[in-house]
Design a protein around this ligand. Structure first.
Ligand code: NAP
Length: 335
């Protein structure tokens, strides 16, 4: 009673509201309950050395899969591998160099996989960077767009033939999973003639990095949609889904002071990386989504992305323009 007399009512109400919100978040959090084993399956996880990607790799390693950690920094990847092997007691963990901000690196990585891996069951396009200032890569593309979207677009195109072959051999769908974000809603208009934001009117403003990040995550969903449409039209047994992992306490916001401060203040409301990996793991293993394709998930349930993300016309055009931007050769095209 004494304590309540000292603390203003507004603070008490605030604390109660925060606790209620925390309980609500915890209760609505999706958890993958599947106990499916992955012995004999090969899985690629991009950006597997930290955050959601690393937790995904640990879980899939515990299920007995052969996990390829596709990372740009080999030292960080080696540390992550040691940890994954120790936690899972699975020695079938391989590191391969992949820098998604380089089209050459993506082609080298894919060539290595096609040469050395007879099968590929699950491709998890997880790596991402967020809210770095506008920066062009060596390929002349906008960095966030190339890392989050164009790099994965090219990678998936180069590996889709192997995934189709694997599905046919195993008579079971193989799975492509694209880690997108709620931030797809930040992008209200996608300028297909300026996907690298060269002529963007908001350039240099505080909002610009958020807008570009949102666009890259919107493209992840549109790409999932168009790829799943193409695969269905060709009668191929590969599913493609995208997801929002939730707000997760990872190194994700490290390039933005605003986001880093925000994440520190609200740390107790954010998911842990293990919690944030649940929807990815669900899409990778659960039997209930074995034949589900072209959908966007959040908390292990189908969710609705922005209106723009559901536009089949834009998805088709984006695919065509992306083929030109990543210079997809006729020999590299599956469709
Ligand atoms: N955390 C969230 O709240 C949240 C919310 C929505 C969506 N997401 C999405 O979740 C995914 C995973 O993010 P996270 O939260 O786990 O962040 P994270 O801890 O920063 O992990 C990102 C991973 O991507 C890798 N990466 C970055 N640029 C790369 C490049 N050019 N080539 C290859 N790998 C690269 C990073 O490698 P380095 O260590 O070498 O940088 C790291 O392994 C991202 O796609 C992100 O957009 C996260």
């Amino acid at each position: 009673m004494f304590l309540f007399d000292l603390v203003p009512n507004s603070v008490v109400v605030g604390v109660i509201l925060m606790l209620a919100l925390k309980i609500y978040f915890d209760m609505s959090m999706g958890v993958c309950k599947s106990t499916k084993r992955l012995d004999g399956k090969t899985i690629i996880v991009t950006g597997a050395n930290s955050g959601i990607g690393k937790e995904t790799a640990i879980d899939l390693a515990l299920r007995g899969g052969r996990i390829i950690l596709a990372c740009r920094d080999l030292e960080k990847a080696a540390l992550a591998k040691d940890d994954i092997v120790e936690k899972s007691e699975n020695n079938n963990i391989v590191i391969k160099k992949l820098d998604l901000a380089s089209l050459d690196s993506v082609r080298e990585f894919a060539a290595d996989v096609l040469k050395n891996e007879p099968k590929l069951h699950i491709l998890i396009n997880n790596a991402g960077c967020a809210l770095i200032g506008k920066k062009m890569t060596m390929d002349g593309l906008e960095n966030q767009m190339q890392t989050n979207y164009f790099g994965h677009f090219l990678l998936t195109n180069l590996l889709i033939g192997l995934m189709i072959k694997t599905a046919e051999l195993e008579e079971e769908c193989t799975r492509v999973i694209n880690v997108s974000s709620y931030a797809n809603n930040f992008c209200k208009k996608l300028d297909l003639n300026d996907l690298n934001f060269v002529h963007d009117s908001t350039a240099g403003t505080l909002w610009a990095p958020f807008k570009i990040y949102g666009a890259s995550k919107l493209c992840n969903i549109l790409f999932s949609k168009e790829l799943s449409n193409k695969l269905e039209r060709h009668g191929k047994a590969v599913t493609v889904n995208s997801l929002h992992p939730g707000a997760v306490l990872t190194e994700f916001g490290r390039f933005s002071t605003v986001v880093t401060v925000f994440m520190r203040i609200f740390a107790s409301f954010l998911k842990s990386p293990k919690e944030g990996a649940q929807t990815t793991i669900y899409l990778a293993v659960a039997d209930d989504v074995a034949n589900v394709t072209g959908q966007y998930f959040c908390d292990c349930k189908i969710a609705e992305p922005s209106k723009l993300a559901q536009d089949d016309g834009i998805a088709k055009k984006l695919w065509e323009i992306s083929e030109t931007i990543v210079k997809l050769e006729p020999t590299e095209k599956y469709f």
